[in-house]
Design a protein around this ligand. Structure first.
Ligand SMILES: NC(=O)c1ccc[n+]([C@@H]2O[C@H](COP(=O)([O-])OP(=O)(O)OC[C@H]3O[C@@H](n4cnc5c(N)ncnc54)[C@H](OP(=O)(O)O)[C@@H]3O)[C@@H](O)[C@H]2O)c1
Length: 314
């Protein structure tokens, strides 16, 4: 697969797209395959060589919107937030190794591009880095529109980006301004992205949504101080993630009879900036459950919460 690295800064005034001509992520062999298919079927499919950025029909290779996208051999398209370091980078790495075209985001656009370049070089896959402050709703909309303009759809959404601002915070003493930021970042932003991508997933008959939460948000673990794994503090963070768990269950319930599977993942305590150097799991080990849930087949679970592939109680 040809390496594709780019940056999209998702600001309305300065939205830019730099890079090779569209579709840079399509490999020579895919181009040949589609060209052959065009010749074989003669149903008017536009060849990739004829496609241009923002060409309305480019996303479907000339077929009516929504039709070509379900082709069994077309690569899946994933959006991973918070992919610039830690578990998010490992999720992106794992997905691109699965042959998925990955769009990763971070607040620092240059860093996102750098990480994407590194992953693309290492894997030979297609990875694009984007600047995205997830709490910026307008920017999120622009990014989703840009990815859809390029590929026609988003198949996989991983809501990984999060902040943890109250390491020692008790619920009784929590700084509510900090709590508000965590709710905006860890709950509202994923919620908005789900609203932006889920309708398209339903239209195309395929979707995987994974919300990265934390074992600290488990209700019984928060409530029972006698438990071995009871852990004090982090009130705002835990409440934001418990709410993200509730969102996972609600959205999965609403999409229950569809092909969109919605789950939450718990990476465990990991050696990342948010975690600690002495944590038991590497970022890559923490990412594994999310990669699994993002790639499950149609018989996979929905409305679940998983740690190391094992279901957890909420
Ligand atoms: N580490 C653990 O032990 C642990 C345990 C359980 C759950 N988790 C969860 O796992 C996920 C990843 O954690 P991690 O340890 O890898 O965290 P991390 O090292 O702090 O990375 C967080 C990522 O989120 C991005 N981010 C944060 N705020 C953002 C914002 N407002 N807009 C856009 N991007 C933002 C960061 O990008 P920039 O700062 O570059 O923008 C970074 O890429 C989180 O959801 C976390 O809650 C972690």
């Amino acid at each position: 697969m040809r390496i594709a690295v780019d940056v999209v800064r998702c600001r309305p005034a300065s939205s830019i797209y730099r890079g090779a001509s569209f579709p840079q992520w399509v490999s020579q062999s895919e181009v040949a395959r589609y060209d052959n298919r065009t010749r074989e079927t003669d149903i008017g499919i536009k060849r990739p060589s004829q496609l241009r950025p923002n060409d309305d029909s480019s996303h479907t290779f000339g077929l009516p919107p929504g039709k070509a996208l379900t082709a069994p051999d077309s690569p899946r398209i994933a959006l991973v937030t918070g992919g610039t370091r830690g578990i998010g980078t490992e999720i992106a790495r794992g997905l691109v190794r699965e042959g998925i075209i990955v769009h990763l985001t971070g607040r620092d656009g240059e860093k996102a591009v750098g990480v994407a370049a590194e992953l693309a070089r290492e894997t030979g896959g297609a990875v694009t880095g984007h600047e995205l402050e997830v709490t910026d709703g307008e920017a999120a909309q622009i990014l989703v529109d840009e990815i859809r303009a390029q590929h026609g759809r988003i198949d996989v959404l991983v809501n990984n980006a999060a902040v943890e601002l109250d390491l020692e915070g008790s619920a009784l003493k929590a700084d509510l301004d900090g709590v508000r930021i965590m709710l905006e970042t860890n709950l509202i932003a994923p919620w908005r992205l789900i609203q932006l991508v889920a309708p398209g997933m339903l239209d195309h008959g395929y979707g995987r949504i994974v919300n990265v939460t934390t074992g600290l948000a488990q209700f019984e673990r928060m409530a029972d101080r006698r438990r071995d794994d009871h852990y004090p503090g982090h009130a705002g963070y835990r409440i934001s993630k418990a709410a993200l768990n509730a969102l996972t269950a609600l959205v999965a319930g609403e999409l229950r009879d569809s092909s969109v599977l919605v789950n939450a993942s718990d990476p465990g305590y990991c050696r990342t900036e948010m975690g600690a150097p002495f944590a038991p799991f590497s970022a890559s080990e923490g990412a594994e459950v999310t990669i699994h849930l993002a790639t499950i087949d149609e018989n996979g679970p929905t409305a679940g919460w998983f740690f190391q592939r094992l279901p957890k109680t909420w």
